[in-house]
Design a protein around this ligand. Structure first.
Ligand SMILES: CC(C)(COP(=O)(O)OP(=O)(O)OC[C@H]1O[C@@H](n2cnc3c(N)ncnc32)[C@H](O)[C@@H]1OP(=O)(O)O)[C@@H](O)C(=O)NCCC(=O)NCCS
Length: 185
């Protein structure tokens, strides 16, 4: 029997819905309901919206959400939205990175960032955050997080909070204060 390789982290909403976006099927129909056609993009956006609304209501990982709804696309949004926030789908925090001054400029920084991003991706993270200089991290695709969208518990210059999406659209759906709950990569 061929063993099945399962990733360490698996989110059903990501595996069953977002994977279609990653594979170029965003505009294909995901749900046909009466005269409504919900594409995978619509589905994913509504799942994220629903997940964020639940978060704003204070629902956290491993908490239960009861869904009592007619069998409509909204029911799928609610079902997968609740699933999505129930897993560690959030962000990986990279750094702090420091390279010994004696060996700066030899590519160690690039190698560390590249390895960190590769590990985050391999573990299923869709978003990586760090606090650092845009002048350096911009080359890896990092961009400033819009002010106030994501905050850290300690004092941080908000202009140095940067993010790179490993899965498109995740930054838009991320908001609030960062709380540590993932093991180190
Ligand atoms: C930032 C840091 C990790 C880069 O490590 P590194 O191994 O020297 O980096 P690399 O060899 O990959 O890249 C070197 C290049 O990045 C540039 N660079 C380094 N820090 C930079 C910064 N803050 N802004 C813009 N460019 C920077 C260097 O000038 C060099 O440019 P060149 O290739 O044109 O000469 C290292 O400089 C460091 O430890 N800095 C102090 C701690 C820090 O600021 N960490 C970041 C916050 S977590």
């Amino acid at each position: 029997m061929t063993p099945i390789e399962l990733p360490e982290r698996l989110n059903a909403a990501t595996a069953l819905v977002d994977s279609h976006l990653d594979e170029g099927r965003a505009d294909k129909p995901a749900i046909l309901c009466g005269d409504r056609t919900i594409t995978y993009r619509d589905l994913s956006e509504n799942i994220n919206r629903l997940g964020n609304a639940l978060r704003e209501l204070g629902v956290r990982m491993e908490e239960r959400v009861a869904i009592l709804m007619p069998d409509t696309p909204e029911c799928a949004f609610a079902f997968f939205g609740a699933i999505k926030i129930g897993a560690v789908e959030g962000a990986a925090l990279l750094g702090p990175l420091v390279v010994d001054p004696g060996v700066k400029g030899k590519g160690y920084g690039k190698a560390l960032v590249g390895e960190g991003l590769a590990r985050a991706k391999a573990q299923g993270f869709g978003l990586v955050l760090l606090v650092g200089d845009m002048t350096y991290y911009g080359q890896f695709g990092f961009a400033p997080v819009p002010p106030g969208k994501i905050t850290l518990p300690g004092p941080v210059d908000p202009g140095r909070l940067l993010a790179v999406e490993l899965r498109p659209g995740l930054l838009e759906s991320a908001a609030g204060q960062i709380k540590a709950h993932a093991p180190n990569l």
